[in-house]
Each structure stands twice: as structure tokens, then as C-alpha cells.
Design a protein around this ligand. Structure first.
Ligand code: HEC
Length: 124
């Protein structure tokens, strides 16, 4: 009788652990998605990018004329925001291949930085 009790206690402990783990993972995944789309840096940057010509050459996950934004995000960090914003304004070449990025001289530095902040949030 005692043996049964111990075995069933052990079993329920194992089942309980398994449950917790699945739920934990699910919650984290949902939180990340929610945080990202409700993040003001994400929203403002995405809006600016949508208003400009960026999406004719860049997509989030696919390389077009320019590198995928996710790849850009994985290569750089916060400290590169100013430099990358300058690249968008002045144009760039030679980092991702031979094709140059056209300059965007009409963009304000602050707006370009806002776009970079959005791109960096795509880091995986
Ligand atoms: C005509 C196509 C084109 C357009 C439009 C364009 N890009 Fe690019 N972009 C490129 C190419 C090509 C590269 C890779 C340049 C290189 O290899 O240095 C690039 C690179 C980048 C990089 C990485 C720079 C680096 O040095 O690693 C960022 C960030 C970027 N683009 C953001 C933007 C933003 C924001 C816009 C809109 C304002 C934009 N791009 C519009 C083609 C484009």
C-alpha cells in the first residue's frame, strides 16, 4: 500500500513538472510578440520605414536587393545605431555585397536612427 502511494506521488510530480515547462515556454513566446509590437521604438520605426522606399529593397526575413533586416539586426548592436543611420542617409556599399544602397539625403538623422532601432529589435 505504501509503495503505491509513493509511486503515484512520484508520477504526479513528474506530470506536474512537464506541465509547468510547456506553459512557461508558451507564456514567454506570447510575451515576446506582445512586447515587440507594443514597443514604441518598434511602432515608430516601422511606420517610418513603411513611409519610405526601404521595403522595395529590404524585407524582414528575405534578402532582396538589400540584406534581410533580421540579418542586419543579428550583425549589429545598440552602439551601431548612429553609424547605421549615417549609412542609410549617405548610402553604403561593400558590407553585404557589391550592390550599393542608395543614399537618402532627405532623411533626418533622428528618423534614420528610429528606423535602425526598429531593425535592431528584430534580432533573434
Ligand atoms: C535601392 C535599394 C535599397 C533601398 C531603397 C534601401 N536599401 Fe538599405 N541596403 C541596400 C543594400 C544593397 C544594402 C547593402 C549595402 C552594403 O553591402 O554595404 C543595404 C544595407 C542596409 C543596412 C545595413 C548597412 C550596413 O552597413 O550593414 C541598413 C541598416 C539598411 N540598409 C537600412 C535601410 C533603410 C532604413 C532604408 C529606407 C530608408 C533602406 N535601407 C533603403 C539596398 C537598399
Amino acid at each position: 500500500m505504501k509503495k503505491y502511494l509513493i509511486v503515484s506521488l512520484l508520477l504526479s510530480a513528474i506530470v506536474a513538472c512537464g506541465d509547468n515547462k510547456t506553459e512557461g515556454t508558451k507564456e514567454t513566446a506570447t510575451e515576446t510578440t506582445n512586447n515587440l509590437s507594443s514597443n514604441p521604438d518598434y511602432q515608430k520605426g516601422l511606420a517610418l520605414i513603411a513611409k519610405n522606399d526601404c521595403l522595395t529593397c529590404h524585407k524582414v526575413d528575405t534578402k532582396l536587393t538589400g540584406p534581410a533586416y533580421r540579418d542586419v539586426a543579428n550583425k549589429y548592436s545598440e552602439k551601431d545605431i548612429t553609424t547605421l543611420a549615417q549609412k542609410v542617409i549617405k548610402g553604403g556599399q561593400g558590407v553585404w555585397g557589391a550592390i550599393p544602397m542608395t543614399p537618402h539625403p532627405a532623411l533626418a538623422q533622428a528618423d534614420a536612427e528610429q528606423m535602425i532601432k526598429y531593425i535592431l529589435l528584430l534580432k533573434k
